[in-house]
Structure formats: C-alpha cells, structure tokens
Design a protein around this ligand. Structure first.
Ligand SMILES: *[C@@H]1O[C@H](CO)[C@@H](O)[C@H](O)[C@H]1NC(C)=O
Ligand SMILES: *[C@@H]1O[C@H](CO)[C@@H](O)[C@H](O)[C@H]1NC(C)=O
Ligand SMILES: *[C@@H]1O[C@H](CO)[C@@H](O)[C@H](O)[C@H]1NC(C)=O
Ligand SMILES: *[C@@H]1O[C@H](CO)[C@@H](O)[C@H](O)[C@H]1NC(C)=O
Ligand SMILES: *[C@@H]1O[C@H](CO)[C@@H](O)[C@H](O)[C@H]1NC(C)=O
Length: 383
C-alpha cells in the first residue's frame, strides 16, 4: 500500500468506511508484534562494531562477537538484559571505553506502540544513553527519541528529528501533555541540532530516582494523528501493559508527557518505518560539550573523566523487555483523517520511499544511514 505523503484528502475507500459509521474498537486494539526479552533478547538486534563515528563519543561500540568477552551485553541471573559501559578497564589518555549500541533488524511502521520496561537506565557524568527509533534513510523518515539522558540531568528528554517543516505548537491553553516543551522546531539541521524537545517534569523519569522507584516503562505511540509518549514509574504501570501479551489502550492512560500532533507535523509525511536503537555514548557531541559536561561535572575534560572505570558503575541498562505492539488504529480521533483509517486497517504494508534527493542528506549530529533504501517492507508476522 502506498501511503499518502501529505494532505488529508479522504480516499474513496476511507469515505466508504466513514459512511459505515464508527469502526469497532476491537479492530483498533494493539496486540504484541515483537517481544525482545530474556535469553533470546539479542536475536534480532545488530551490534555497531565500531567507534562512535556519528556522535563522537569516547566509546567503542562492541561488535556481536566482542560483546560477551567485553562483558557489556548479556542476560543476568534475573533474566533481565544488561547493556552497559565497561566499568573495569582503566584507559590510557585518548582511550575509548567499551560500550553498546544495538539496533533492531526489523522496522516498525506508523501504527506501532514501542515499550521499554526497565529497572535501571544509565546515568552519571559523561553518560549519554538513549532508547530511540529512526529510519535507515535518516533524516528523511524521521527519528523519535523516547528516552534520553545526559550527565546529571534529573529528568528524561524526548525529541523528534525530521527534515524541514515539522514543528510543535507551544500550547498554553488546552494543554495536551504534562511535560515541558523546550524547543519547538523538529528540523534536524537547525539550532544545535537538538530536535523538538520535551522535558518530563518527574525526577522519577531518569537517574537514581528512576532506579529507586523500581524503574518503569517508557512508551511511544506512533500513529498517523500524533506521536505521543508516556512514562510510567513501576508503581503506576497501567494494567493493560503489565502482561507482555495484553491489549494496551493508550486512550485510557491519561495525558502523555510528550505530544507531537499531526496538525503541525504530518506524521505520515515525516515518518517512515523505524528501527529501534539502544545505546550508551560517553562524552561526544552532547554530553561532552563545555557548558554541558562542565561545570556540573567538574572543571576537567570529559575525555579524561572517561579514563577511570569507577565513574561508570551506574552506566547500565537493566531491561525486562522491549516490546512493539502493532495493529493500532489512531487512538486520538481515529476517524479524523483518512490516512489514519488507512493506517489502521492494513495488514502487511509496503511503504514507498520518500524523496530520493533527501536520501543524500549530509551527515548531521545524529546518526545518518546512507543505506540505499529501495522499499522498506513491514512484515507484520511474528516469531
Ligand atoms: C560508521 O560505522 C558503521 C559501523 O561500522 C559503518 O557502517 C558506517 O559506514 C560508518 N559511518 C561513517 C560515516 O563512517
Ligand atoms: C483541546 O484539545 C483536544 C485534544 O487535542 C481537542 O480535541 C479539543 O478540540 C481542544 N479544544 C479546544 C477548545 O481547542
Ligand atoms: C512556550 O510558551 C511559554 C509561555 O509563553 C514560554 O515561557 C516558553 O518559553 C515557550 N516555549 C517554547 C519552546 O517556545
Ligand atoms: C529533582 O531533581 C533536582 C535536581 O537534582 C532537584 O533540585 C529537585 O529538588 C528534585 N525535585 C524533587 C521533587 O525531588
Ligand atoms: C561495575 O558496575 C556494576 C553495576 O553497578 C557493579 O556491580 C560492579 O561492582 C562494578 N564493577 C567494578 C569492578 O567496580
């Protein structure tokens, strides 16, 4: 199916559906599409196997055959997945610390619900971890950062990175989210290339308070109507997310903390099927910058801070599961746009690539994938 790339003209097919009245909710329910968990977690992820050649972090991201020896990616006795920066090796000046960057081989299209259930996320000086999704053809096709932290930040930050034209309205009346909008232009190339960002207002969304609360769930719903993100401390996880094979219904969860409506950023236009990446950078283009690393992390350089392994005892993810639910109809105003209806009723979908010219975009701050994108195919089959 070729997705509409703009506008909201109603196609004959969806007009027919509208005439038939409301689509039964049962058709809109999310169901588990992929579960990454336990011993089999690493099936389906690729390891980077190189230095951080995209964001200049002081890390070497191990390859799959190096991960076990480096002891930075494994399943622990509790059955949870550990992804960490090495905290045993003292480095020579200029050295790179072993760390992890893994990316799913599968891509997930609009209509997906992404969940990371974690007990601990990396934090501390020099540390820059993220749980995020992106296209192979970045920046065309977009990126959503669902969890991201840096140095001594006390809350989670969300961001979108897109090609030019996607923005967020700064709503002061009829507020649609609980987080604070800190930048409103999602264009990957402007400002400090930080994308359009929200900060969660809850300290439990990051760092030691996150771990103290038993961790929790970071959730993003990528629908034609909006990208919406929720964070649930463990004590407040909705019942429909407790079991991995439930039927989560975001409409019942209250306001998201980060909300990017299609009214100012047409999700169908700016977002293509996404791969999930989890990584832990150290220093680099964000955490290592003067004014970011220093003065809160001292007066020395981030590069020197990286040399001492004892600084990284908290630089690890402990992950119970990463899940992707699929099959969702838009949960906000499901019938408000034709594209949403189309997105919801498809089975196996093929999405046409975006403008070929955009595939040649020059390297930016964030990851760039110049893999030739022929046609990204989303297979909805599982296991
Ligand atoms: C960065 O490293 C990856 C993994 O080895 C490689 O595929 C890619 O071509 C490199 N990119 C650049 C810009 O050097
Ligand atoms: C407030 O926002 C909601 C959700 O986006 C929307 O449905 C509603 O129409 C808005 N109300 C006003 C008065 O703008
Ligand atoms: C949003 O509006 C508020 C209130 O006017 C203002 O303080 C804040 O700086 C604005 N944020 C952005 C990102 O424009
Ligand atoms: C959140 O963390 C900041 C920075 O550590 C701290 O100043 C603030 O008091 C904390 N807020 C709460 C409600 O604990
Ligand atoms: C590395 O960090 C882990 C997790 O915090 C901790 O259990 C372990 O003792 C640390 N290793 C060393 C050598 O300090």
């Amino acid at each position: 199916m070729r997705w509409p790339t703009g506008g909201s003209a109603i196609s004959p097919a969806s007009a027919a559906l509208l005439l038939l009245g409301a689509i039964p909710r049962a058709e809109a329910a999310y169901s588990l599409q992929t579960l990454y968990q336990g011993e089999s977690f690493f099936n389906g992820w690729s390891f980077w196997g190189n230095r951080d050649n995209l964001t200049n972090g002081a890390v070497y991201y191990v390859g799959s055959n190096e991960a076990a020896r480096a002891n930075v990616a494994y399943t622990n006795a509790a059955g949870n997945v550990i992804l960490k920066a090495d905290n045993t090796s003292t480095l020579a000046i200029g050295g790179l610390r072993n760390s992890v960057r893994i990316t799913t081989q599968e891509t997930y299209d609009i209509g997906s619900l992404f969940v990371m259930d974690a007990y601990h996320v990396p934090f501390g000086c020099a540390v820059w971890p993220a749980f995020w999704t992106h296209t192979r053809s970045w920046p065309s096709g977009g990126e959503q950062d669902i969890f991201e932290g840096v140095n001594l930040a006390s809350q989670n930050q969300a961001a979108l990175h897109t090609v030019v034209g996607c923005t967020v309205a700064n709503t002061t009346t009829n507020v649609t989210q609980t987080g604070t909008l800190t930048y409103d232009n999602c264009d990957y190339s402007v400002a400090a290339k930080h994308g359009c960002t929200y900060t969660d207002s809850r300290n439990q969304s990051y760092g030691q308070p996150f771990a103290d609360g038993g961790g929790g769930m970071y959730v993003a719903e990528t629908s034609s109507d909006a990208i919406s993100m929720w964070f649930f401390p463990r004590a407040n996880i909705p019942a429909d997310l407790l079991a991995t094979n439930g039927t989560p219904d975001p409409k019942t969860w209250g306001l998201p903390w980060a909300y990017y409506p299609s009214s100012s950023c047409n999700i169908n236009q700016y977002f293509a099927p996404q791969q999930i990446t989890i990584n832990i950078a150290l220093c680099g283009d964000w955490a290592g910058q003067p004014g970011v690393f220093s003065p809160s992390c001292g007066t020395g350089s981030c590069a020197n801070y990286v040399l001492d392994p004892s600084n990284f005892d908290d630089a690890y993810f402990e992950i119970a599961s990463v899940r992707v639910y699929g099959g969702g109809l838009n949960t906000r105003g499901a019938l408000s746009s034709a594209s949403g209806v189309i997105g919801g009723i498809g089975g196996s979908q093929t999405r046409a690539p975006m403008s070929g010219a955009r595939l040649q975009s020059s390297a930016g701050l964030m990851p760039v994938f110049l893999v030739a994108l022929v046609v990204a195919t989303l297979t909805q089959s599982l296991f």
